[in-house]
Design a protein. Sequence first.
Length: 296
Amino acid sequence: MKNLHRRAGTLADSGDPVLLTPEEAGWTYTGLRVLRLAAGERRVVRTGEFEAFVLPLAGACAVRVDGRRFELAGRDSVFTRVTDFAYVPRDAEVELSTVGGIEAALPMARCTNRLDPKYGPAERVPVEVRGAGRATRQVTNFGTPGVWDHADKLNACELITPDGNWSSYPPHKHDEASECEVVNEEIYYFRIAGRDGITSGRAGFGMHRTYTADGALDENVAVRDGDVFLVPHGYHGPCVAAPGYPMYYLNVLAGPAPERSMAFCDDPVHAWVRAAWASEAADPRCPVTSHEGRLV
């Protein structure tokens, strides 16, 4: 099995922080690029057999594709605002341009159908508070089924976990077709804030766990800003934000099912925890952000 934990820099490509193809991951559908453009720079990206979102992480940009132009207002940091975004289809030539510089994520999925480009306004992105107590987190559902249905295979969402909290919990999986789950390959892309709760950096850290019930896979790793973790199968969670260091991650999922879905099954050993949240209050630090900015 390929290495599942890819530390920051190990997937870098010509100055860009991340270039992860399905072939590099050792699977079929899911990929991720993170691009870094300097002020005034233009870049052309050819999507080939992949559909993608253009998701600003820090900065703003314009996206030109199929004769259309989308202005993405973006944000200063993943910890400051829910951003707008663009969907770009397969077999497209996509031009990104920026005045002040940008770091943008391109979650990708190998797909069959070519759809039209489309703009996603930040004010229409639902922000969900999930869990309770120390398992409270923010889920930003910008590219999930039922919220964003303009995609062939690609699913994506963002999470913010306040420092000291747990997310992706109870542990869950989506590696077989059953009554409660579908098969999805999943990428976790982490950003870790520092002392100010806004600026990402390598000083902070969190923890991530992925495992199988038979113990054949048992990964417990410290993750830092810019790290990527691949989930080909098995239960995954929790992600734990160390005290003092809020955690963000971008989840990218795609799989062979004919209809997009993020359905999963909890690990039955820990599933009882979800029901226990009914008697706990949510952490008042969530939600952390909205399309208007920071809330805490």
